[in-house]
Design a protein around this ligand. Structure first.
Ligand code: ADP
Length: 493
């Protein structure tokens, strides 16, 4: 099958969160399974310099955007056999310091930037000699693609366009813009109605995707149920309920080629489920790196996160203030809201021997923290899937999570199965409930045999993409029953 994935971020070229990891891992997994995948994404600043092997394609986009036309080039890179990344090069739109914002301010022309990118994706699907069987778009930035295809099918002679699948990674981010932005799409006016892209007088890109895509998926089964409820549907629950029969929850997989403890250049010490000494060595190394007392016996908690309300940062700060009277350490790597950044800095100033904070973004440090910690805190208010808890499991770092979305789907609490428990869950969204869960963590830590069992269960939990990819292929086959299966079946390395 030939699948065109469209995403505004793709690891390792651009990333602000789990979307980048998921799209890249899905592309790789599809290729491993013998399909042909291409991922189209913007060419952001720095990518060409970092990847000199990028090739310019003999291809120019010249597409209407509102009342003007905008030109762009196409560049490409074959990431592995069966997986090509297509980069849309429009320097004025994409060669910037940030992907979506700078100094905490969204770019004022985000509507133009992503309507244009969506148009490029649809254009490639129609005119490239490589004809996809399915177009799979991710999040609001490309959620207009299904709508952009429809009039071309109805009135502009695109005989048999590929069906579309929309994956919602974060329902809360919908791409809302003033009604005037709709003219950028150059879609017929009847696409801007209650049953289309219009939403309380504004343009809502994600809503358009929910209405017009042939299938909708989201990144965990529980989140798929949650988003059809008024409490968690971010005002789109009625639309999602209308599409309930085409809505599927598929838990993300983990790219274990990248996230592993035995062959990982980011980690000073390798370890595995049968040879755990390296984990302690990583802990001592991280304590040293972060300026904390090097004490292997002290329980070390960690968080790596966007510092946004969604992530439960407010209750984490509250719980830590309470728990730091105990003999524990805490490390944070994160960035985001200045208020939260300041909150953690103040905590580190108050408890210099117990708390170390790095405000910023570092892939290497994120691996070292995952490897070094005993417990990973993820008290999210809501969590479509969440990846860090799954990375923690593989690293033998027991996740302490609020039972929501993908966190609930991927972590097993003692109360669910004493023999198979991999982490600690709590339910109430409060600092008190998180502090109580942290006390449970400390109780486990005091019983080495129990801690070993949790770690063993965690490290053996399998969230590899082989299973996940089959579920996506099933959805693709549902919307395009005529598409062929894998061309050649390759054995994963
Ligand atoms: P979300 O997509 O909501 O941000 P996920 O848990 O799904 O949350 O994915 C977050 C991804 O981003 C993980 O790979 C995590 O390690 C990474 N990440 C988040 N913040 C940072 C940071 N400050 N430095 C390095 N990696 C980070």
């Amino acid at each position: 099958m030939k699948i065109l994935l469209a995403s505004s971020e793709v690891h390792p070229f651009s990333k602000t969160g789990g979307l980048a990891d998921m799209v890249s891992a899905l592309g790789k997994a599809l290729a491993h399974a013998g399909h042909e995948a291409r991922i189209v994404t913007p060419l952001y600043r720095g990518i060409r310099e970092k990847y000199p092997q990028l090739r310019r394609e003999d291809w120019i986009f010249d597409l209407p955007l509102g009342s003007t036309r905008v030109r762009a080039e196409l560049w490409s890179l074959e990431l592995q056999p069966g997986l090509v990344i297509w980069f849309v090069d429009q320097p004025e739109f994409y060669q910037r310091a940030g992907l979506y914002l700078e100094n905490n301010q969204d770019y004022a022309d985000n509507a133009a930037r992503f309507v244009y990118f969506s148009k490029c994706a649809a254009h490639l699907a129609r005119y490239s000699p490589w004809r996809p069987d399915v177009i799979h778009v991710h999040d609001w930035q490309v959620a207009l693609v299904p709508a952009l295809i429809l009039p071309q099918k109805i009135a502009e002679g695109w005989g048999n366009p590929p069906p579309t699948c929309l994956t919602i990674h974060k329902l809360a981010y919908q791409g809302w813009f003033p009604a005037t932005a709709f003219s950028l799409t150059t879609l017929p006016r009847d696409f801007f109605t209650l049953n289309g892209a219009e939403f309380y007088g504004q343009m809502n890109c994600l809503k358009a995707g929910i209405v017009y895509a042939d299938a909708i998926t989201t990144v965990s089964p529980r989140y798929a149920r949650e988003i059809t409820t008024e409490a968690m549907g971010c005002s789109l629950d009625d639309r999602l309920r209308m599409r309930q029969h085409q809505l599927f929850g598929i838990l993300n997989g983990v790219d274990y080629d990248e996230w592993n403890t035995s062959a990982n250049s980011f980690l000073p010490h390798a370890y595995s489920v049968t040879r755990m000494a390296g984990k302690t060595a990583n802990k001592l190394a991280l304590q040293k790196e972060m300026g904390l007392p090097e004490r292997k016996e002290v329980p070390l908690f960690g968080t790596i996160s966007r510092l946004a309300e969604q992530k439960g940062v407010d209750i984490e700060l509250g719980a830590l203030a309470e728990m730091l009277s105990a003999d524990i350490q805490f490390v944070l790597l994160g960035s985001g809201s200045p208020v939260f950044e300041q909150g953690y800095r103040e905590l580190a100033a108050r408890f210099p021997d117990k708390v170390a904070v790095r405000v910023g973004y570092s892939e290497a440090l994120s691996h070292r923290i995952e490897a070094a910690c005993d417990f990973f805190l993820m008290p999210s208010h809501f969590e479509p899937c969440g990846l860090n808890q799954m990375y923690s499991l593989r690293y033998g770092t027991i996740p302490v999570v609020r039972a929501t979305g993908g966190l609930d789907d991927s972590v097993i609490d003692y109360s669910q199965s004493p023999a198979r428990a991999t982490g600690i869950k709590f339910f109430e969204y409060s600092a008190r409930a998180l502090a109580k869960a942290m006390r449970k963590a400390l109780a486990i830590y005091e019983h080495p045999a129990l801690l070993r069992q949790y770690r063993r269960n965690a490290m053996q939990a399998d969230f590899s993409w082989e299973q996940t990819v089959n579920e996506y292929v099933r959805v693709y086959s549902l919307i395009n029953p005529n598409s062929a299966g894998p061309k050649t079946v390759q054995t994963p390395e």
